[in-house]
Design a protein around this ligand. Structure first.
Ligand code: F6P
Length: 547
């Protein structure tokens, strides 16, 4: 049990939710013509309209009171100061050091980490330039045309999403991503590739992850088959990114072909580190630095802006308002940009692996909701799939709509239509359409009163469905970097208020342990009876099928 729900700040918010429960968003807009002017904020290339939320000025005051009472300011300071805020692993959390573009030091255990950060960036720059210019050749002397990143979780989703999000800037070798232990992933990826022109990046913070090592071995076998088992070829076709130098060497990748990062970089926060190498290979290091610049600008904003104007704080607090007081437990991420189609999947890991926890940092079980279910897809595709439920379903799903004013591909009226759809959705979700409007529309269309009575209830939209709209001018490396840092810090704000450690992930361990037990059993043909009857039965069925 924790005392958070008993605090006066929490109780004030409970009472305030009831006060507002009868209000409709369209009434709030009608009552206050200044609502948009008052409820938007802008920083680091990001424009946030949060006026279409079920909040008032008082709501924000009360939420900021809660943030203050739970020590958010100190928590932010502690992260930037390198305090070991990942208490269950006794580590600081310093992804902000990876994009520190100032002269400021970041000290971990009495040592400034910035020289090491810069030296790895220099290594990435040198290597990516070599590959991109063709100076780095495969073992048989051919230029590298394809790069295959083998990694999973944070060693996949971040670089995959950014590489796709910045696809417009892609002028380097083709970059492929293999994550799943399902052989189909690597086999299908390798099918069209030429081993003589392919470079593998084995990306694993721990270098123990089953999926990644299994795929890495398959990749090595594929390469050696083309080089008559000559292991000397490995050095020209494999590099590694890891914190575990000894394990990389054991795998057969020389230390000079390893890009280091550190245990104070969480996997899901690691795209800013050497884990971003596929991004640098795709778009070049100058653009990678712009990505870091954007994130740095957002970091600076987060660390210095007052809470009432602080974008990550505002997003975090509005999320808490719905999750804890409105009990809206799901959150949709809807980028209106085809390049950002992997953004929801990336954010699922950032948010759900960080805050999907019921134990506080002090080891108590929470008695309030924590991390939401994060999901989504790019617009306008989602509109023709799941938006029905967002508009008329029984659950209220707060949504973030994300769009750019300008497309990289301005052609005809595509962008105008994309933006029109984005704004139309937020307006429709907010306003809804009442029975009188529906009836008038149907009458105008010539329906008789019996038809109107039967059809009208289906065409009514209750509205009052909350959204944030996030706009950038264009998705450049800079604005993308800023957007990603915005969400990283939003997650941190929420974790801090809930009193949880957003930087460990013990919840993924049990499944991994049991999988290693079951793997042996699947490979063995003796009858298994050590599990529950369901698992035993399924195992026996699989064994029979594979026999
Ligand atoms: O799924 C758990 C996890 O540990 C993630 O946190 C991490 O991003 C992923 O596995 C991959 O880990 P590694 O980079 O060590 O292979």
């Amino acid at each position: 049990m924790t005392l958070l729900p008993q605090t006066p700040q929490w109780q004030n918010l409970v009472a305030h939710w009831h006060e507002l429960s009868h209000l409709h968003l369209h009434d709030l807009f009608t009552a206050n013509p200044q609502r948009f002017a008052q409820l938007h904020a802008e920083a680091a290339g990001i424009f946030l309209d949060y006026s279409k939320n079920r909040i008032t000025a008082k709501t924000l005051e009360l939420l900021i009171d809660l943030a203050t009472a739970t020590g958010l300011t100190d928590a932010i300071h502690s992260m930037f100061a390198g305090v070991k805020i990942n208490n269950t692993e006794q580590r600081p959390v310093l992804h902000v050091a990876l994009r520190n573009r100032s002269k400021q030091q970041f000290v971990v255990d009495s040592k400034d980490v910035m020289p090491a950060v810069k030296s790895v960036l220099a290594h990435m720059e040198q290597f990516s330039n070599q590959v991109r210019t063709g100076a780095w050749r495969g073992y048989s002397g051919q230029v590298i045309t394809d790069v295959v990143n083998i990694g999973i979780g944070g060693s996949n989703l971040g670089p995959l999403m950014v590489t796709k999000a910045l696809g417009y800037y892609h002028d380097g070798p083709k970059v492929h991503f293999v994550s799943n232990v399902d052989a189909t992933h690597i086999i299908e990826t390798l099918k069209p590739l030429n081993p003589h022109t392919t470079l593998f990046i084995i990306a694993s913070k721990t270098f123990t992850t089953q999926e990644t090592l299994t795929n890495a071995i398959t990749a090595r076998n594929w390469l050696l088959a083309a080089y008559s088992q000559n292991e000397a070829a490995i050095s020209k076709h494999f590099v590694a990114i890891s914190t575990a130098a000894a394990k990389v060497a054991e795998f057969g990748i020389a230390t000079e072909h390893m890009f280091e990062f550190w245990d104070w970089v969480g996997g899901r926060y690691s795209l800013w580190s050497a884990i971003g190498l596929p991004i640098a290979l795709a778009i070049g290091m100058p653009r990678f630095y712009e990505l870091l610049d954007g994130a740095y600008a957002m970091d600076h904003h987060f660390a210095t802006a007052p809470m009432s104007k602080n974008l990550p704080v505002l997003l975090g607090l509005i999320g808490i308002w719905y999750i804890n007081f409105g009990e809206f437990k799901s959150h949709a991420i809807l980028p209106y940009d085809q390049y950002l189609r992997y953004f929801p999947a990336y954010l699922q890991q950032v948010d759900m692996e960080s805050n999907g926890k019921y134990t506080t940092r002090h080891g108590h079980q929470v008695n309030y909701a924590t991390g939401p279910i994060v999901w989504g897809a790019s617009g306008t595709d989602g509109q023709h799939a799941f938006y029905q439920l967002i508009h008329q379903g029984t659950q209220v799903i707060p949504c973030d709509f994300i769009a750019a004013v300008h497309s990289h591909n301005e052609y005809g009226d595509h962008q105008a239509k994309l933006l029109a759809n984005c704004l139309a959705q937020t307006e429709a979700l907010m306003l809804g359409k009442d029975l009188a409007q529906v009836t008038a529309e149907l009458q105008a269309q010539g329906y008789d009163s019996a038809a109107i009575a039967s059809l009208a209830p289906h065409k009514v939209f209750l509205g009052n469905r909350p959204t944030n709209t996030i706009l950038v001018d264009k998705f450049t490396p800079y604005t993308l970097g800023s957007l990603l840092a915005l969400y990283e810090h939003k997650v941190f704000v929420q974790g801090s208020i809930w009193g949880i450690n957003s930087f460990d992930q013990w919840g993924v361990e049990l499944g991994k342990q049991l999988a290693s037990v079951i793997l042996k059993e699947i490979q063995d043909d003796t009858q298994v009876s050590s599990h529950d009857t369901s698992t035993n039965g399924l195992l026996q069925r699989i064994q029979r099928g594979r026999a």
